[in-house]
Design a protein around this ligand. Structure first.
Ligand code: ADP
Length: 543
């Protein structure tokens, strides 16, 4: 029998309609490529995203067509988020930090018909446009007067000129099935070709509902929210949608991701909530510490994308009174899987005991089911000790990759995350490693994350990566590669002594390698594949 509830489909356009109607004057602030700070609001974003939809109609861009963006976090990118998906096209956020060849490969794989790009990325457009025959329109995100004229570029349309023609025209968002594709994002492809996760209107709205909850991001119309995490990195962890759902003020950093720019924007715009990967927060803290700066409004920050070093959580909490919400997820999960927030029973614990919990990656949100599996394929107990391959399922976890000829990655309906984790009695997970980064020594596993976290807690170290190096007797032994803070010194013996008593003797790295920097990948994470390549000629000092 048909249910008796209203059957409206969950569409992304309903978010912008809601924000316009109920929070039209809530601000949307952007640091622009042009260098200035631009002020808009949800009502204007709503109006201009409808102009985008009309402009797409005028160019005969069909429903389901992929429209790519190559852009920083900013209001024009936000308008495209709503204009493209809301009008039943698919928004494809390209990661500009990938190599030009990879970007061209992805555009071809997705068969993007349009690419909308920030002026910063003109050199990429020059390099790729000839190898992207599927692209019919190149839209420069600028005023007509700023359109570059260069014979190495394809014919360009200025975004402002393009949508200007539709000012004041009415537009009604189309209604269609909520399972229709809305956006797509390619994984960074550290091994093999990147793979595409395709999100639907339904998965996006459900994910936004879940992230707004108090025990997840706890978002509110009272917040001023700064997604430092790029809109090309899994839709800035869904914040452009969740912020519309609650009517929050939204603050975009544009290309200014250095510590000084982020700090100034936070202070000027009264940011209360921010989100980013650890490397970005490291830059911010490194900028603030020597100057003795404090945050005047920031209350909470989501840190995820790679393990947040305990030293960073301590810094935020103890020095700056900012609550860190450690989160875990992945492109294939839209991205959120777990967030670390305490339960009622944890409130009576001491601060130190609470901190032990906060260092974990957190517990599942409603909608995400988790399990860990051992080598034999059996499910392992949730006792906080047993570790195994982490599997997930839920309405915002992919079932398959887009245009994937290798069959669905699911195993009995579960998605294998490629991460190794423990799950404790309270459901908190702790990621011990990515399965490909785990160090296997004498039949035992050593967590590279744990070795890195200890190194990062040393006052002289700003970054640390632990990798396994082949060993004739033990198969592999850990080696820690570190970057020192400016004007600090540290010897190998001092760092190795620092590990004593913190982990078992056999887990202590065999060597320390001091480097100027550690390669960072396209999503701001340490690129261990590249680091291993750089250290190919390295041999362990074997006693
Ligand atoms: P890619 O897989 O392309 O690098 P993702 O951004 O989807 O891109 O990365 C997901 C992976 O990042 C997870 O599978 C996990 O290994 C790692 N990760 C994300 N958040 C955390 C975290 N809080 N702690 C440890 N690892 C994390």
């Amino acid at each position: 029998m048909r249910g008796l509830m209203q059957g409206d489909h969950l569409l992304i356009s309903s978010l912008i309609e809601f924000a316009n109607k109920n929070h039209g004057d809530a601000e949307v602030i952007s640091r622009r490529v042009e260098g200035d700070i631009h002020r808009s609001n949800w009502a204007t974003v709503s109006k201009r995203s409808k102009q985008v939809a009309l402009a797409l109609d005028a160019l005969n861009v069909g429903t389901g067509t992929r429209v790519a963006t190559l852009a920083w976090n900013g209001y024009r990118h936000l308008e495209l988020y709503y204009g493209v998906s809301g009008s039943q096209r698919v928004l494809h956020t390209l990661n500009p930090r990938l190599l030009a060849d990879q970007i061209a490969w992805i555009i071809d794989h997705a068969q993007d018909q349009m690419v909308c790009f920030d002026m910063t990325f003109v050199p990429i457009i020059k390099a790729i446009h000839k190898s992207c025959p599927c692209v019919k329109h190149w839209i420069a995100l600028c005023d007509e007067s700023a359109l570059p004229k260069d014979s190495d570029l394809p014919e360009l349309i200025s975004y402002e000129g393009w949508i200007k023609g539709f000012v004041g025209q009415s537009y009604a968002w189309p209604l269609f099935d909520e399972n229709t594709a809305s956006s797509m994002c390619y994984t960074s492809g550290t091994t093999g070709h990147p793979k595409a996760a395709l999100y639907s209107h339904r998965s996006t709205i459900l994910h936004a509902f879940a992230t707004c909850q108090t025990d997840v991001f706890g978002l509110s119309a009272k917040d001023s929210i700064l997604p430092v995490v790029p809109m090309f990195h899994v839709n800035a962890w869904g914040l452009p949608y969740a912020c519309a759902m609650v009517g929050a003020k939204l603050v975009f950093p544009g290309p200014g991701l250095d510590g000084k720019s982020v700090y100034e924007l936070m202070e000027q715009e009264g940011v209360t909530f921010a989100a980013g990967v650890p490397t970005v927060w490291q830059m911010l803290l490194n900028y603030m510490a020597p100057l003795g700066f404090k945050f005047s409004t920031l209350k909470r920050t989501i840190i995820g994308g790679s393990a947040c070093p305990p030293a960073m959580i301590h810094s935020f909490q103890d020095q700056y009174s900012v609550e860190v919400l450690h989160a875990w997820g992945m492109t294939e999960m839209s991205p959120l899987g777990t967030v670390c927030t305490l339960k009622n029973k944890h409130l009576k614990l001491t601060r130190e005991e609470q901190m032990k919990i906060r260092l974990k990656q957190g517990r599942a949100l409603y909608g995400v089911d988790l399990k860990i599996v051992g080598d034999s394929g059996d499910e392992l107990p949730h006792d906080g000790v047993a570790f195994g391959d982490l599997y997930v399922k839920g309405p915002w976890v992919i079932e398959n990759y887009y245009r994937n000829d290798q069959g669905s990655p699911l195993i009995d309906g579960w998605f294998p995350t490629g991460d190794v984790a423990t799950i404790d009695l309270d459901g908190f997970i702790q990621i011990t490693d990515r399965s490909k980064d785990v160090i296997k020594s004498g039949g035992e596993w050593i967590s590279s994350i744990e070795i890195e976290n200890i190194a990062m807690s040393h006052p002289s170290i700003t970054m640390a990566a632990c990798i396994g190096v082949a060993h004739p007797k033990w198969d592999e032994r850990p080696v820690v590669v570190v970057v020192l803070r400016p004007e600090r010194t540290l010897t190998k013996a001092e760092l190795l002594a620092f590990y004593e008593g913190k982990i078992a003797k056999w887990q202590v790295p065999d060597d320390v390698i001091f480097v100027e920097n550690i390669p960072i990948g396209a999503t701001g994470k340490m690129l261990k594949t590249k680091l291993r390549e750089q250290l190919k000629a390295y041999a362990l000092p074997i006693a």
